[in-house]
Design a protein. Structure first.
Length: 327
């Protein structure tokens, strides 16, 4: 277990915004890639990194929509990439490497949630393939640029959805168990958290540090499009008029607040020398103790990460499996 997995404390909190946590940070001369940077949390992340001076590249599977979404982020570059299409990941990375630029910040914000059972061309379950394997391959291909930055950070946008499921190494693609959309989301988000643990272990000697992030619950992004109105209502995230409830103390955040932890992980000097930790509310999360685990899994609103999502042995195993699955 990583011993760094406890609040610093940073002085920030659940209500902090991305603009607040990046205040005073100058990213002139730095290069950032933000997957999913044309919607929701990723778009706000791209906007704030750009406003601090970074060159920002947004990989997108819908170039036109991405350009339209980014029109208020002057200078943001848009390039084609579909995380479910390995050839497009290779092509994106090759083009980036050919530009000769180092990569200082990679925020893996793209994701899908609770989709009906879908398989990609390889037969892989789509949430695991998009949220984890696509990003795994992207990091692997961009590795020379990350190392060349001589101090790079990778942010894996995970989720409190880790509570819905651990990684099932015996049936990653739901071939032998009934498909359950949130269990598949939970598996993919636990994979994001484990990826940060092992990536950091492997990368730190070459200056590449990795963090996993729970952004909070931000209902007005595109993420819940596969979730029924009934389930959304039952989650208590909308008021009686159908408007988002704002209560950061219960993780119910604005997009600006939702982007804060990822931006903090990507840029804060408070994290110098750290990595491989799971963060939320712009601070490192505490580890959920065994005594609190049942309550936390049932929906406790206190911050925390379950031990299985930062388990170094599972993280190493996931890395090996992911290498095989992405060739
Ligand atoms: N919102 C929340 O409450 C919440 C809570 C916990 C964690 N998160 C995590 O935060 C991240 C961002 O979510 P969000 O709420 O900002 O959702 P969002 O608005 O739906 O943004 C997700 C982005 O990912 C892109 N994407 C999806 N599949 C892709 C693929 N195959 N290739 C390339 N890009 C792809 C989407 O592009 P398209 O529009 O083309 O599909 C979109 O730009 C996700 O990883 C999510 O799991 C969100």
């Amino acid at each position: 277990m990583t011993t760094a997995q406890h609040p610093l404390p940073s002085g920030f909190g659940a209500a902090s915004t991305a603009e607040e946590v990046i205040k005073g940070v100058d990213l002139t001369g730095k290069v950032a890639i933000v997957t999913g940077g044309y919607s929701g949390i990723g778009l706000e992340t791209a906007r704030v990194l750009r406003s601090a001076g970074a060159e920002v590249v947004v990989p997108a599977r819908d170039l036109e929509r991405a350009r339209a979404a980014l029109q208020d982020v002057p200078g943001a570059e848009v390039e084609y990439l579909d995380l479910l299409d390995p050839a497009s990941i290779d092509a994106f990375a090759e083009k980036f490497l050919a530009s000769g630029r180092p990569l200082h910040i990679l925020v893996d914000s793209a994701g899908i949630m609770a989709t009906p059972l879908t398989r990609d061309a390889r037969g892989y379950e789509a949430q695991f393939a998009t949220n984890h394997l696509g990003h795994f391959q992207l990091v692997a291909r961009l590795w020379p640029a990350l190392v060349a930055a001589d101090g790079a950070r990778v942010v894996a946008v995970s989720s409190r959805g880790i509570r819905f499921g651990n990684v099932d190494f015996d049936d990653l693609h739901f071939e032998h168990r009934p498909y359950e959309a949130f269990a598949a989301y939970g598996q993919s988000k636990t994979a994001n958290a484990l990826f940060a643990v092992e990536l950091d272990r492997r990368g730190r000697d070459q200056g590449v540090r990795a963090f996993a992030v729970h952004p909070g619950t931000i209902i007005e992004t595109g993420l819940a499009k596969h979730v029924s109105a009934e389930v959304v209502r039952a989650a208590g995230v909308l008021d009686e008029h159908g408007r988002p409830v704002r209560d950061p103390s219960r993780q119910l955040k604005t997009v600006e607040q939702g982007a804060a932890t990822g931006v903090w992980c990507a840029t804060s000097p408070q994290l110098t020398g750290l990595g491989g930790v799971y963060c939320e509310n712009s601070d490192v999360s505490p580890l959920v103790t065994e005594a609190d685990e049942a309550e936390w899994r049932a929906g406790a609103e206190t911050p925390g990460v379950l031990s299985y999502a930062v388990d170094p042995e599972a993280a190493a195993r996931l890395w090996e499996v992911s290498e095989r699955l992405t060739a």
